[in-house]
Design a protein around this ligand. Structure first.
Ligand code: WTA
Length: 636
């Protein structure tokens, strides 16, 4: 019998040792006992980090939706799979059972087939957090189409870039979306994107807000009538374990976004196994992850991980502040949520609002709290622990990435003793290590370095869509034979890991990864801008906010500075989306550069973070005099 559900610390260490000593034997047992396969694998694992190439369960045949849906029907057909909690609390909650979800997924799968989508085709999903979003993912998986979800807060430009990068032939969207008190015109954003997407032949539109939309003849179709006419039964396409399941884009420090490709078999096994253990899910629990399915957290821990375990998963359409700051706690109380998983930025925002919002509600159902997306600061950790968990619910600080597919370093609640701000110990099968600047592995404890992973795990991304070379360069070239995460970390006296943040030019704002390059590109497109550099600075709610240093062209010199600031942010909103707007914009005459012309972001980061006591040696700069000017005029 495999240790599918770990119950105490000794068992964790025992299973961990087994998973490292004999990874193939370990994962084979988990895969064999807890999933349905149409055919077993020929080989559990083959790998080569030089190429890089990783294959798990090669030769096996399966469909992930049979694991997430069909197999539950006999025993859990009437169990709620998804609780849909709408943006407006006055609108009725929906409970979708496993049987209903199976039918709805089958209907949508049949609609996709009718529209000419087949195995291996890419489908772009640009939807708000409504049930159709989860159903669309599963419908693609059902027929072997590769889904590429784009967060419905991205601009038309960001959307078209992602659609074209992987040649999507069909887009699923909605007329609009609700976000708190606002309505967003999603279809208009898609329409604008379509001007640049000649490869898209069909756009399927969910009616959500009822706003008036433009439907282009021959291209756009309302989804509901098609669903009404579709069969509620659809054979699952039999996939190879290594076939792609989905693409999800994440920002890189340079260049265009990277389409991380996840596979069917390994991703399923790892997300399901981590879900079971990290949330200690029991049969009648109600689990809620507040992330958007537009991000990896939603893919792995709202949809695939929970459903593969037959869990009840909450999908929340709204925002924590609407109709007021008690909404999260109202929803926890209403659905008697047992596991609650959110982001540090949300915790900080709610902590600012006072306890009356929390105290109105009964939170006694909560057993486990989770955080993800960025380092959690000590203060937020204690607020969460004291006021939400009442000191009784362990906090799982889960470290992982879009690239890793599932949680990599995390406590197992009620098993691993927690320490504030520490993600603690590697999950089963994960072999982290810290590297120094010279490329040597750092042994021992009470050390810090760059976080790498030494051995493959089932849910690691297999490539970057269309650019395997970039995959190798980004993740496997910094250190020999290791996956480099891009994060720095420390390991304390007992071997617990604490993630200290990115060591590259990715900035995490409110838990969202933003690369500096695409934002600078957007700013530089403004006709009055000559050059720009952005850095992050500490922000008490967002974790980091963005500070832009901008050099104007001559034509910009006479312009009103505040208007320019607005226009620059408008430019960013159009190119990327409002999440990438700058909090501070300083106009400068030059940027500190090395003699080879590279911007010294380290110096800008210190100025933006008001940490200018020790700027280091600036005498080697091409233009040291500019540093004083920038410091003197820094925005408080
Ligand atoms: C950061 C989100 C500290 C980290 C699942 C990582 C964290 C990046 C944590 C990936 C955590 C995520 N503590 N930092 N618990 N979780 N991060 O791809 O820098 O959106 O590399 O995946 O978020 O962000 P992504």
């Amino acid at each position: 019998m495999s240790n599918y559900h770990i119950k105490h610390l000794e068992e964790y260490f025992q299973v961990y040792r087994k998973s490292v000593r004999d990874p193939e034997g370990f994962w084979e047992e988990i895969a064999e006992e807890h999933f349905v396969w149409r055919k077993k694998w020929d080989n559990v694992l083959s790998w080569d980090f030089e190429k890089p190439e990783v294959k798990w369960f090669d030769g096996a045949k399966l469909n992930i939706t049979e694991n997430c849906l069909d197999r539950h029907i006999p025993t859990r057909g009437n169990k709620t799979a998804i609780i849909f909690e709408p943006n407006d609390p006055k609108e009725e909650t929906q409970h979708i059972t496993y049987r209903e979800l199976h039918q709805q997924v089958s209907r949508m799968a049949n609609v996709l087939k009718e529209q000419g989508v087949g195995k291996g085709d890419r489908v772009c999903i640009y939807l708000p957090m409504i049930p159709e979003l989860a159903i669309a993912l599963l419908a693609c998986a059902r027929i072997g189409a590769i889904h590429s979800v784009v967060f419905a807060g991205f601009s038309s430009n960001a959307l078209s870039t992602r659609i074209n990068d992987c040649d999507c032939k069909l887009v699923i969207t909605s007329d609009g979306s609700y976000r708190g008190g606002k309505t967003l015109d999603l279809k208009a954003i898609v329409d604008a994107a379509m001007d640049d997407c000649p490869g898209v032949s069909k756009v399927l539109v969910v009616k959500r807000t009822g706003g008036s939309v433009n439907m282009k003849e021959g291209r756009d179709l309302w989804l509901q009538p098609l669903l009404d006419n579709a069969y509620a039964d659809c054979n699952a396409e039999i996939m190879d374990a290594e076939d792609p399941l989905f693409i999800l884009y994440t920002s890189g420090s340079t260049g265009k976004p990277k389409g991380m490709v996840h596979s069917c078999g390994g991703y399923m096994v790892y997300t399901a196994y981590t879900f079971k253990n990290i949330f200690q899910y029991r049969e009648n629990d109600v689990y809620w992850c507040t992330a958007d399915i537009g991000w990896i957290t939603g893919h792995s821990y709202i949809v695939y991980g929970p459903l593969a375990n037959g869990a009840t998963t909450v999908m929340f359409e709204g925002v924590p502040s609407y109709p007021d700051y008690s909404r999260f706690w109202e929803v926890v109380d209403k659905h008697k949520v047992n596991q609650f998983y959110t982001a540090p930025t949300a915790i900080r925002a709610l902590a600012k609002e006072g306890l009356e919002h929390v105290e109105k509600h009964d939170l006694s159902s909560l057993k486990i709290l989770g955080t993800v997306g960025e380092p959690i600061n000590e203060e937020a950790w204690h607020w969460y622990n004291n006021n939400i968990g009442k000191g009784k619910s362990p906090i799982v600080d889960t470290w992982w990435q879009t690239e890793t597919g599932g949680v990599m370093i995390s406590p197992i609640p009620y098993v691993t003793p927690t320490t504030p701000t520490y993600a603690t110990l590697p999950f089963i099968g994960i072999q982290p290590t810290l590297m120094d600047e010279k490329g040597e592995e750092i042994k021992g404890n009470q050390v810090s370095g760059r976080l790498c992973i030494k051995f493959p795990w089932p849910s690691m991304a297999r490539t970057i869509w269309g650019d395997h070379k970039r995959y190798r360069e980004t993740y496997f070239s910094a250190y020999d034979n290791k996956y480099f995460t891009g994060d720095g970390a420390l390991r304390d006296a007992v071997g617990y890991y604490r993630i200290t943040g990115r060591v590259d030019d990715v900035i995490i704002v409110s838990g969202h990864n933003l690369g500096t390059a695409p934002i600078e590109d957007a700013i530089n497109e403004h006709p009055a801008v000559a050059e720009s550099a952005i850095v992050g600075f500490p922000h008490d709610v967002k974790g980091n906010a963005l500070y832009g240093f901008v050099i104007l062209k001559d034509i910009g010199e006479s312009r009103d500075r505040d208007n320019l600031r607005k226009e620059i942010n408008q430019q960013i909103t159009e190119q990327i989306g409002p999440i990438a707007k700058l909090d501070k914009i300083q106009f400068v005459s030059g940027l500190p550069k090395t003699r080879s012309g590279k911007i010294m972001r380290r110096i800008l980061r210190k100025i933006a973070g008001k940490d200018t006591d020790n700027l280091g040696d600036i005498s080697t700069l091409l233009n040291p005099e500019v540093v004083t000017e920038i410091m003197d005029n820094a925005i408080p």
